[in-house]
Design a protein around this ligand. Structure first.
Ligand SMILES: [Zn+2]
Length: 387
């Protein structure tokens, strides 16, 4: 019997397992950050949509930068960085809708601060893509980097106004996680393969969402609800309003697993505070703010997934329709679907218009339009297309 079995994983084997455990399908980015942690420069820019891993990777990277052993994953420093409660790992989040000049000033002041515990501090800045007006202030901070500070900037993308800021950083891209990687990851966590595929497709390259959907027994029911919409619409306001409310109620239910997780995170923080003899830990409000943003993003993503399912129903019907001669019976309706008769004139055009309407609604969602009104208007219009 070999020694390795008796003593378990060595210190050299551990970091791979723990520091970046929450980053899925981003081997390239993780490799770049691991290498960077050995001899860091003063600023990094992690670019990718939420759920593709930049936030989780920034935590692991910060641990590697602050840990006396370069990121062992198990020491007190690593543990506290990963839990978000190490004083030299500071998360700077916007206070309003954008990362504004006040936020940039706060960052500038923090950058000048001396590290509290060790010889280095890591300032992680969220939502850099929303920093358009504060770009000059940020640039100033990045161009006069204090030697003991490493900046880790996070952005969904890099708009033209921020190209100069980005040019002061080493950029590490996080592309959307491939559906296959999410599927494999879910199966590795014990999710049934057929369910893993459905969840991976509904996750939109977002691992956080995939993880929660996999634990959500109502996910398949919600997909079925969205799929049932076309057959339930009649073009009347009352039915459309009721459907919109039903969909939004289901969306609220979808938030339950995330909320439960957030509550347990706060409970653990408060227990840590009690153990340290404090009433509240200083970072508690930042954690609450982050949770609130995550819940809002989840809602939007859930509706976006639903609209995607709805668009696919119409696209499938459209594909059927164009493959069928006028007055003929589409292949999918032959024999087995007594409720749906032969193709009517103009039906294909109607499906085409439906796909476009659903696309418009998804775009409206991104602009934060009022959800109930948006869905109600969409359902009324879709219901009238057949007339
Ligand atoms: Zn460590």
């Amino acid at each position: 019997m070999s020694d390795a079995v008796a003593r378990g994983p060595s210190d050299n084997e551990r970091p791979a397992a723990s520091l970046f455990a929450d980053v899925v399908g981003q081997e390239r980015a993780v490799g770049a950050l691991r290498a960077a942690a050995q001899r860091p420069v003063h600023a990094y820019l992690l670019v990718g949509q939420p759920g593709s891993g930049p936030r989780a990777a920034a935590r692991g990277f910060a641990a590697a930068l602050l840990c006396p052993d370069g990121g062992c994953g198990v020491c007190d420093v690593c543990r506290r960085v990963l839990a978000g409660i190490h004083p030299d790992h500071v998360l700077v989040e916007r206070t309003g809708a954008a990362l504004d000049v006040d936020d940039a000033r706060r960052l500038g002041a923090l950058a000048l601060r001396r590290p509290i515990e060790g010889s280095r501090q890591v300032l992680v800045v969220g939502d850099l893509h929303l920093a358009l007006l504060s770009a000059p202030a940020l640039l100033k901070t990045l161009e006069e980097p204090p030697p003991s500070t490493v900046f880790v900037l996070l952005a969904d993308d890099v708009p033209p106004d921020l190209v100069t800021v980005a040019s002061r950083c080493v950029e590490v891209p996080f592309p959307p996680v491939p559906t296959a990687a999410i599927e494999a990851w879910l199966i590795g966590r014990g999710v049934d393969p057929s369910r893993a595929r459905l969840v991976a497709e509904g996750a939109g390259g977002d691992v956080e969402r995939a993880r929660l959907l996999a634990e959500d027994p109502a996910f398949s029911e919600r997909l079925a609800l969205w799929r049932s919409i076309p057959s339930r619409l009649d073009g009347h306001g009352a039915v459309s309003g009721a459907l919109a409310r039903e969909v939004l109620r289901a969306t609220d239910t979808a938030l339950a697993p995330l909320r439960a997780e957030h509550e347990s995170e706060i409970r653990m923080l408060d227990e840590d505070a009690t153990a340290m003899g404090e009433r509240r830990l200083p970072g508690r409000k930042d954690v609450l703010d982050r949770q609130h943003r995550e819940e809002r993003r989840w809602r939007t993503e859930e509706l976006r997934t639903g609209l995607g399912v709805l668009a696919r129903v119409y696209r499938d019907r459209l594909a059927d329709a164009v493959a069928t001669p006028p007055g003929g019976v589409p292949p999918s309706r032959a024999g087995t679907s007594p409720g749906v008769g032969p193709l009517r004139p103009g039906e294909a055009k109607g499906y085409e218009a439906a796909v476009a309407l659903v696309g418009d609604a998804a775009a409206g969602l991104r602009r934060h339009a009022q959800e109930t009104l948006l869905l109600e208007a969409l359902f009324v219009r879709l219901g009238r297309l057949g007339d």
